[in-house]
Design a protein around this ligand. Sequence first.
Ligand code: ZN
Length: 269
Amino acid sequence: MTGARYLNSVYSVSESIRQAFKGAMDLILPYKCAVCDGVSDSEERFGDYNRFYGELYGEDSDLHICGKCLSALNPIEDSRRWFLCLSNPVENDPCPGLPLYMPFPYRGIVEQAVPKIKFGRKNSLARFFGAILGSYAVNEGIKADLIVPVPLSEERLAERGFNQAFEIAYPVSKMAGIPLSDDCLIRTRDTGRQSEIRDIGKREVNVRGAFEVSGAWDVTGLTVIVVDDVATTGATLHEAAKVLYKAGAEKVLCIAFAGNRTVKNAEPF
Ligand SMILES: [Zn+2]
């Protein structure tokens, strides 16, 4: 046996052992948590969600979250869920006092999960967060004529394969009974990562002119909800709202799954 062949046979034996071992481990530890990669034991707790998912997507959800991560998913107290986009007053703000509903804190489990959605390509996690956000929005009595997710640039969409804001917005739309459009709001250019810009003014400038309302849509007189995954200063949502108002929307409000603000509702920032 030549050296190369010997190595090949050793490799294939160890590979088959590895595969067999993996198969055995899969039987013992069947589910991997989508957030922490630990063992998920939460299958039975997902009964209702799995039914909902099946109705919405016509297939089974492959999402598993361990009990530890699930129990760490706690909303902000309800007196701290409403904010204003752009916490610092912006001169000549064309849509001042833009409301932003954000029920979860962007820390702990959510801070761990959101990058998994974006960079681990876990749209199942985004859909799960969307269903949770939908139930909060319905409980909150939020009503509108149309839901629009914050669009990704074509490059970013091609790179990621899905728009997490759309994945979050879709269950919200179904649960709230509000139509959703993913082609009403268009991104005219990629703006890079807002999260990498610390200064609120620079964030606002960075997204300026990044959106437009499609000529195929007439939003005149409509109440529109703009949905994003995470909102920090609210500059992106504010920019989206600006073009919707300019296109004739009667009222715009913003919803994000999570953010890092802590003030009480209606308190100054
Ligand atoms: Zn976990």
